[in-house]
Each structure stands twice: as structure tokens, then as C-alpha cells.
Design a binder for this molecule. Structure first.
Ligand code: NAP
Length: 361
């Protein structure tokens, strides 16, 4: 690629936004040219807007630090400066729906970290290793919405990433997975900065009922099929999840039980499925694709958030504790980095997939 594609970050001052800034430094295909946040940050240079709240290692990249921060509502300025936006601002659902649509209507590709659009039947939830074919809905979405070049795709909730990738590997191998039970142990950074009060979370576990619905209806849509101009969820996949905020800084873990219809595979077969799984990003060697995407270990003391969350630059899922179980048949534990694979990194990989398939010129 001769010229880099100009991209914007909406919510650039936040936890996820800072991860975008960090990950996009020296990206071979993308250059950050537009930053936006709330009216409180708008009008300042980025370095000054995040002065006391930069949470990434090292300093913010110098060139990005000098960029002005715009108000996220200023789609006209974004239109002049970029072709694709990563959306990670915090607003109400209705405001988010409206604003992301304004960006798409203004001709920009929108890759959203927000949940607002995820369950719209003409907006895909993309996990590049799992369902790249759902990008084929984009022309239909543009036609239906009257958008010329712009469109909206979303990435899933950070809590589902840890188990959807291993389940995708099992399903792709031909195993018929019908029931899944998960306990999702979700890290503090999933709540943004400053997030949960230390007095609430230390020495404690906090139920996250608002995440539990996403934990089953998003995977059903991720594994769904394109039918005409809409995506139909896979209602046959039954998932029940208990989501809990735990005193871990980064890295969401999932303890997973699952059942397989028909012949019951041996553990060694499942190990091979995990070890050999490759998706389109690995086959095409996309810049942010971890090689491999699933890191399987037999070491019974893994996965651990502190030791395993940065596997594959925070883009791989570490799987361990695989064994047969008296309930549902099988169990494993999986871990992924929630602000990297689960947020900014996963969205950047989606952007790379969009470029590789010609959706972003
Ligand atoms: P955060 O740290 O609280 O950052 C929020 C961002 O939104 C900041 O840039 C903030 O700008 C901006 N913002 C806040 N109120 C606004 C308003 N009224 N109008 C315009 N901009 C506003 O949150 P986060 O963790 O980065 O999460 C951002 C989004 O990504 C959320 O929808 C979240 O659910 C989603 N997400 C987060 C994670 C994660 O692991 N953290 C993972 C997946 C998805 P100012 O700095 O100017 O206030």
C-alpha cells in the first residue's frame, strides 16, 4: 500500500481510544488524522486533553499528541480528514445510533465498539477469524440506508471474545456444539477509566447482569447467516452466562462448559482443533493478526490474566484446563485481553479485513 488510509478515533481520550492511539502508531496501512471526544476535551491538543489520564505505556505518539481534539458531533470536520472512523465514545444508545449513522451518511466506514448497533439485523458483528463472510451485507446496508460510500460494522462485546473464538474453531471442525455455559470473569478496564471505585471492587466480586444478555445474543448473531438483506441469528446455539467484574486490571477470562451432539470427540482431537485453527486474518497475514490466534496449553496453572493476556500482542486467546466433564461433557478456560483483542485491536483487525476485501479504498 503506497499511501496510508486516513482514520479517525471517536472517543480518543478514553480507555479504548488510548489503545487505538497506541496500536495505530506506525501502523503500515492506517494513519490517525482525526481525533474526537466530548465537548470537555474538544478544542485542546490531544497531548493536553489526556495529560493526567494517559494510561498506556510510554508517552502518546508525538504526531498524534499535536492533533486537535474535535467534538464527536463534528462529522463535517471528520469528513474532510478521514475515510474510516473507530467509534469508542460513551453516549446514550439513541445518541450513539444517531451519531454513528451520521458518520456513515457522511461517507465514512464506521467500526463501532459501542453496543448500540450490534443487534440491528443489517449491521454485522464481525470477528475476522470467525465470520468474515458477513461483510457481504455491506452493499445491501448501503442501498437500504441510502449511503453512498459509508457503512457501519460492529465488533462484539469484550466479554464474548474469550469463548467465541475457541467455539468457532470447534464448529469449523464440524463438531455440532449445541449448549454452552460460561462464567465470564471480566477485568476492571472493561468499565473504562476511572471505572469502578476501589472500595467497591477490592476484596469483592460484582455481578454484571447487563453483560449477560450480550453473552448469548451476540454469539448467536456472530454465528448467524446472511439471508437477503439481513443477518439471521443461530437460535440453535444455546448459551447461558454468568458475568462478574473481578479485581484484575486487564484480561477477561471465561470458564466454559459445552456439549457436542453425536459422537463424542477425544480430548486429543479437540487439542488438535485448537492448535491447528487458522482464520482468514492468519491466512492473509493481516498486520494485526496473531499467529496463532489460539494458544493452547496443557499447563494446568494457565491461563492467568497477568501471564497470558499479552499473548500475540494481546490479540490471541489462551486456552487451558481442557478436560471431559460430568456436566455437558467438556470444559475449558479461555482468556483474552479485553481492551486489545476485545476492543481496539479487534476493531483494527476488522479494518484490515475491510481494506483487504476492498470495502475501504
Ligand atoms: P471511557 O474510558 O469512559 O471513555 C469514554 C470516551 O467517550 C472519552 O473519549 C470521552 O471523552 C467520550 N465521551 C464521554 N461522554 C461523552 C459525550 N457525552 N459526548 C461525546 N463523547 C463523550 O470508556 P471506554 O472504556 O473507552 O469505552 C468506550 C466505549 O467502548 C463504550 O461504549 C464501551 O462500552 C465500549 N467498549 C469498551 C471496552 C473496554 O474494554 N473498556 C471494550 C469494548 C467496548 P472525554 O474524555 O472528553 O470525556
Amino acid at each position: 500500500m503506497n499511501e496510508k488510509i486516513p482514520v479517525g478515533i471517536l472517543g480518543a481520550t478514553g480507555m479504548v481510544g488510548q489503545n487505538y492511539v497506541s496500536l495505530l502508531e506506525n501502523h503500515p496501512w492506517f494513519e490517525v488524522t482525526f481525533l474526537a471526544a466530548s465537548e470537555h476535551s474538544a478544542g485542546q491538543e490531544y497531548a493536553s486533553a489526556i495529560k493526567k489520564r494517559w494510561r498506556m505505556p510510554g508517552k502518546p505518539p508525538e504526531a498524534v499528541g499535536k492533533l486537535p481534539v474535535f467534538n464527536v458531533k463534528d462529522t463535517a470536520s471528520a469528513q474532510k480528514k478521514c475515510r474510516l472512523v473507530f467509534s469508542a465514545f460513551s453516549m446514550s444508545k439513541n445518541e450513539t445510533l444517531q451519531l454513528e449513522r451520521e458518520y456513515a451518511a457522511a461517507g465514512m466506514a464506521v467500526i463501532s465498539n459501542n453496543s448500540a448497533h450490534r443487534l440491528k439485523d443489517n449491521v454485522p458483528i464481525i470477528m475476522p477469524e470467525v465470520n468474515p463472510e458477513l461483510l457481504e451485507i455491506i452493499p445491501g446496508q448501503q442501498q437500504k440506508e441510502g449511503w453512498n460510500k459509508g457503512f457501519i460494522v460492529t465488533k462484539p462485546n469484550c466479554g464474548v471474545q474469550s469463548y467465541v473464538l475457541p467455539v468457532a474453531a470447534l464448529k469449523k471442525s464440524g463438531l455440532k456444539i449445541d449448549q454452552i455455559i460460561t462464567t465470564n470473569l471480566q477485568a476492571l478496564s472493561g468499565a473504562g477509566y476511572p471505572g469502578q471505585s476501589a472500595l467497591d471492587v477490592l476484596d469483592n466480586l460484582i455481578p454484571l447482569p447487563s453483560e449477560e444478555e450480550k453473552a448469548f445474543n451476540e454469539p448467536q448473531k456472530i454465528f448467524g447467516k446472511l439471508e437477503g438483506d439481513r443477518i439471521v441469528s443461530d437460535q440453535n446455539l444455546k448459551i447461558s452466562s454468568n458475568c462478574v467484574r473481578v479485581p484484575v486490571i486487564d484480561g477477561h477470562s471465561s470458564c466454559v462448559w459445552f456439549s457436542v451432539q453425536g459422537a463424542q470427540p477425544e480430548i486429543a482431537e479437540i487439542e488438535d482443533i485448537f492448535r491447528n485453527f487458522r482464520g482468514v486474518p492468519q491466512e492473509q497475514n493481516l498486520p494485526s493478526a496473531p499467529q496463532p490466534v489460539l494458544r493452547y496449553t496443557r499447563d494446568p496453572s494457565h491461563p492467568q490474566p497477568r501471564l497470558d493476556r499479552n499473548a500475540g500482542n494481546g490479540m490471541a486467546v489462551t486456552i487451558g484446563r481442557l478436560q471431559k466433564a460430568p456436566v455437558l461433557g467438556y470444559r475449558f478456560t479461555a482468556l483474552s485481553h479485553n481492551t486489545l483483542r476485545g476492543a481496539a485491536g479487534g476493531a483494527i483487525l476488522t479494518a484490515e479485513l475491510l481494506v483487504s476485501r476492498g470495502y475501504v479504498a
